[in-house]
Design a protein around this ligand. Structure first.
Ligand code: FE2
Ligand code: FE2
Length: 372
């Protein structure tokens, strides 16, 4: 087999430039790690490249070692990567199985056979080691790494460290946001007559519909995280109305209905994508396809797709759940109503997608059912 000649300086620069451009367009932590690994592999001519990250408590290192596999977590003292990280040391090894620092566990899990390896620790601006680049099995004839490969990987690792730190911060902020949004949503629900898992189920149902109607994975995830906030405006509705057993009179109904606009008002000024999405959901989840909903009597596609989706998910869950004031409807009755309201209350396409994906909905309802 003929091996590719190694890259010259210009090609290296071009490669780095291409990867940096791609990296700068990414926001998702996993995507960034994947592209960093691709860069490490391309720069060194390795068969594999893995980015290892030191855990927050500094006791473990973890990585996604192969596509489609779960993360692998190892003790930070374990193996050659652990060694490189603990001693802040670059390591090149021609044959790992003759090196007693080598931990063959990862090979055992993946079924991959490691021969040569190079590891370079990555530090943040305060010189704290945050992880390591690991490349495995050079694709050259000797199948070993040399000093030039090391220099190239070091170049990449300087940039990678910064990117990783930034991505980790972003991820932390986003995780915090999600948690806050979810908690707020749960507060909105728990003050009212809803049950505990209602917002969780609505979130999952919304994601199914989002994917089914062709929204991107990112948008579907965003809607999933935002939809628990649909009733956040209820925090501003007086208890006496919110928790009234039995039917509302006309005046109470009017007050109750203000929760959509109230919720929107609470979060509309945020620039955060998640809160922006949540404000749309809060505002439009009671609009109806035929224009008879509230608060703005929007109709058809003038209702944001997030609003149309959450409306269906919310009603499906509300009808199928026991509440203090009513028993859960049986499925046949719900399905009949959905067919009846196709093109009236609900977006007709979404109703079709609901029935096409019914098994997924029922699975989630079973998995997240209310425990009493
Ligand atoms: Fe609502
Ligand atoms: Fe709800």
């Amino acid at each position: 087999m003929k091996h590719k000649k190694s890259l010259d300086a210009n090609e290296i620069l071009e490669l780095i430039f291409t990867f940096l451009t791609e990296l700068s367009s990414l926001r998702n932590y996993d995507d960034i790690i994947r592209v960093l690994a691709d860069m490490g592999r391309a720069l060194t001519g390795a068969d594999r490249c893995t980015i290892w990250v030191v855990s927050d408590d500094k006791k473990k290192i973890w990585a996604k070692v192969a596509h489609g596999m779960d993360e692998i977590e190892l003790d930070i003292h374990s193996g050659i990567v652990g060694n490189a990280i603990m001693n802040n040391q670059k390591i090149i090894i021609d044959d790992v199985y003759s090196d007693n620092r080598f931990n063959p566990d990862v090979d055992k899990i993946t079924g991959y056979v490691t021969k040569s390896m190079m590891v370079i620790p990555m530090s943040d601006n305060d010189n704290r080691i945050i992880g390591a680049f690991q490349v495995i099995n050079h694709k050259n004839e000797q199948s070993i790494f040399d000093k030039r490969d090391m220099e190239r990987l070091m170049l990449a690792s300087t940039y990678a460290a910064e990117t990783l730190v930034a991505a980790k911060l972003t991820k932390e902020i986003e995780d915090t946001q999600k948690e806050v949004v979810f908690t707020m949503g749960a507060i909105g629900e728990s003050r009212s007559k809803e049950t505990g898992n209602h917002v969780k189920r609505v979130a999952e149902y919304s994601k199914i519909l989002a994917l089914a109607c062709g929204l991107s994975f990112e948008d579907a995830e965003l809607l999933k995280d935002a939809s628990p906030m649909h009733d956040i405006g209820k925090v501003a509705i007086p208890d006496s109305i919110l928790n009234k057993p039995g039917r509302f009179d006309a005046q109470e109904r009017l007050i109750m209905d203000t929760h959509a606009e109230l919720g929107y008002g609470m979060i509309k000024n945020s620039d955060r994508p998640l809160l922006k999405a949540a404000s749309i959901v809060a505002y439009e989840h009671h609009e109806k396809w035929d224009g008879t909903g509230y608060p703005r009597k929007l109709s058809g596609e003038n209702i944001h797709i997030y609003g149309r989706i959450t409306a269906l998910a919310d009603v499906f869950d509300a009808l199928g759940s026991d509440r203090i004031y009513k028993k859960a409807w049986d499925d046949e009755r719900i399905f009949a109503l959905f067919k009846e309201e196709r093109g009236k209350h609900f977006d007709p396409d979404l109703i079709d997608l609901f029935f096409d994906n019914l098994d997924k909905f029922l699975k989630i309802r079973e998995k997240l059912k209310d425990e009493f």
